[in-house]
Design a protein around this ligand. Sequence first.
Ligand code: HEM
Length: 383
Amino acid sequence: MANHSRHTLHHLRQLINRDPDRFSTNVYSRMFAIDPDLRDLFPAVMAGQRDAFFRVIDHILDVIPAETGHTELVEFLAQLGRDHRKFGVRPEHYEVIYRALIDEFAYLLGDHWDTEAEETVAQAMMLTTGVMRGAAETAPMPALWTARVVEKFRITRDLAVVRLVTTAPLRFAAGQYLEVHVPQRPRLWRNLSPSIPPNPAGELEFHVRAIPGGAMSGAIVAETRPDDVWTFSQMHGTLRVDPSRPVLMIAGGTGLAPLRALLIDMARRADSPPTHLFYGMRYPGELYDLSVLRRLAATNPWLTVTAVSEETADPWWITSPNTPEALGIEHLVGTLADVVPLAGDWTERQVLIAGSAGMIETTRRRLLIAGVPGRLIQHDPVH
Ligand code: HEM
């Protein structure tokens, strides 16, 4: 890339960083001025949206003039374009945002907006919108599919199991997560991991914990009813088991779901490697799935399950008969990050971790310190 072009993109980046919110607001205003109907695609409050939009444009202006990172940028934009289908964005909308971006950049550069600058910026934005649009148009699967809730029950005050059936072919692998939309929260999409592998009957199961302040999880636990129709978009996630190496699985809370789906999938195979699952919660009585895991371990000799809780005993408000002791399952006390590295030699194992961002990070760090090679540790992106 010519020096002049590089300089133009650096300069623009500095300009938009002076007032990111103003930049995004202006681009959206220009877009809605060209086509007012587009406003309906967005939620009423757009602050978070503006922030996300700014960060992507800032990233693009940073990477295009750089020596490396172009392949990753193109893949990132392609994924963003495929994701945009579920927001109702159509190919022709990219021409509108292209126009809005170019107009805003011309305004920002002022006297510096000459033919060369225009060409540089046009190329960068053509790449951005072209890749997003192209990926959305060529993506092979339908953008959206639906499933109907057939059953929901609460396991604890804040934890629910939801079962659904769909007639659409299930396009995900055990261990992956799906983008989900529920009728109680229009326009909101969240990632949820099915807790069973895909099956020919089209059954889906999710374990959802209401997180304080979590708009979707709270609505599911409190309001989901049979016959609700949930919409699904794409699947993501790369957790998988290599049958040639023993496995260590570490599940924090409802992070159990993808690992449970993998275990059920492994139970159908003849070549499953020795697997040790550590399943942790704060209180022993919150380990809601222990009885299912015990059944799974009883019929699959390659599987060992250890329960982990931060507290030794339950508080008075938890009354679960399924404590580790009652089920005859080994029970260790502490956090997963403290307990698991000391519970065995894991240096030869492939390790799969699922849970909260904090839990994943600390556990991964402790395992690295305990000598587990980083390349053997898998977890999904930490949000
Ligand atoms: C340069 C092209 C674009 C970029 C860089 C971009 C960037 C983004 C980003 C980063 C998000 C948040 C994604 C997430 O939370 O998963 C988003 C969401 C969204 N974008 Fe875009 N976008 C572009 C073009 C468009 C166009 C052309 C439209 C339609 C007119 C559009 C409509 C939306 C909508 C409706 C949402 C979801 C808002 C919500 O419900 O929270 N975007 N966009």
